[in-house]
Design a protein around this ligand. Structure first.
Ligand code: ADP
Length: 367
């Protein structure tokens, strides 16, 4: 089954049917018919097809004119057009090329040739669409990065200016501003590190130093690293039971980055008095490292997006005092995927019921 949308434009019902049946027998399911030039244009305006098979000899508005109109409009110029013509002379081919046609097929139609040309143009169109969406994604990404950089830079330059101008008289205020500048610089440095890391992983330009190591001391050390932060937030951070003999093969530094990211979030999106648990277990072909908390939770409709770059949930935007860029989970997922694993998030979205993030590492590579 092929879901590409093809518009057949021909004033002759028999020719239309012939093309329709031929394409249908090849598995094309989204076929549309237009029987004159103006109808063709209005069909395209309503929903742009992926390809148009356009008869040249239509009364009123010819196929050449329709083609010219489509190719002259930036909204429709990238839709490939195959001109179907009984005219074999050079002059009419040139006219078709002038009108912007992408390909020709002559009547009587050679079925194999028509299908081959259709496939080829649909492939080109797909490449064009993919490139376009990659370009849009890049433009959006640059916009997001600039936006993220602007806010802390603005704070740093504004506060520095005030300090330099001698506008701040109390030493308490000076301390406060310096602390803010320091925090914002730290945020910027983290942001740039995360962006560089993400770009390395997304381009496949990373080196994983996979070595076997014992999980119990690794997780214990990680918990110790985070304990001060947990205490500052009055959150009970605990490690579940782990067999001391358990060994995992992974990039230890990267895996620590993953666990710290998850613990950081579990502590951040939680109220004082809450708890966070770090556990590891073997299930079938996987090691599962899980971070569970009883914090604010994530609304189920947000769960599909939280691993996207720059995605910040509603709880982060409205409740959290600590600002994040929305890159942590995107990077976490890249690191886990590079290990051949996966990561999932579960939450009812009810505050107090929290969330559970489970990192799956394959046993063959990780045991
Ligand atoms: P951020 O910098 O915003 O923390 P992340 O990529 O780490 O970015 O997380 C994306 C979003 O997922 C967060 O903004 C937050 O809404 C949600 N989130 C992540 N972890 C948790 C958690 N443990 N509890 C509640 N929400 C979470």
């Amino acid at each position: 089954m092929n879901k590409k949308h093809i518009l057949i434009a021909d004033d002759n019902p028999e020719s239309c049917q012939l093309l329709h049946d031929l394409l249908e027998s090849e598995g094309y399911t989204r076929l549309q018919i237009a029987t004159d030039g103006p109808t063709t244009l209005s069909c395209v305006a309503e929903e742009a097809p992926d390809l148009i098979l356009l008869d040249v000899m239509m009364p009123g508005m010819s196929g050449f004119e329709v083609c010219q109109s489509l190719k002259g409009d930036p909204q429709t110029s990238s839709i490939p057009v195959i001109l179907v013509t009984a005219l074999t002379e050079r002059a009419s081919r040139l006219q078709g090329l002038d009108a912007g046609a992408d390909d020709f097929i002559t009547k009587p139609i050679d079925e194999a040739e028509l299908l081959a040309r259709t496939r080829s143009l649909l492939r080109t169109k797909q490449l064009h669409d993919d490139l376009l969406s990659a370009m849009h994604e890049k433009i959006e990404f640059v916009g997001q990065v600039s936006h993220e950089l602007r806010t802390p830079l603005f704070a740093i330059s504004g506060l520095t200016e005030m300090l330099l101008d001698g506008e701040v008289d109390s030493s308490e205020r000076v301390q406060h501003y310096l602390r803010t500048i320091h925090e914002q610089s730290g945020y910027l440095a983290q942001l740039v590190d995360d962006l560089l890391d993400l770009s390395r992983f997304e381009r496949g330009k990373y080196i994983l130093n996979r070595v076997p190591f014992r999980v119990a001391p690794f997780l214990q050390d990680t918990i110790t690293l985070m304990q001060q932060r947990a205490q500052a937030r009055s959150i009970n951070l605990r490690l579940g039971e782990i067999s001391p003999a358990l060994i995992i093969q992974a990039d230890e530094g990267r895996l620590r980055q993953v666990v710290i990211n998850l613990l950081n979030n579990a502590l951040r999106y939680n109220d004082p008095g809450g708890w966070v648990r770090l556990t590891v277990e073997r299930r079938g072909e996987w090691w599962i490292i899980a971070v569970a908390d009883n914090g604010w939770g994530i609304r189920p409709e947000e769960l599909p997006y939280i691993f996207e770059r720059f995605y910040r949930g509603e709880n982060a935007r409205t409740k959290s005092e600590q600002r994040g860029a929305g890159l942590g989970l995107a990077l976490t997922r890249e690191i886990i995927c590079a290990h051949g694993g996966d990561i999932t998030a579960e939450s009812s979205g009810i505050s107090g019921e929290g969330s559970t993030f489970s990192v799956y590492l394959p046993l063959d590579k990780a045991s």
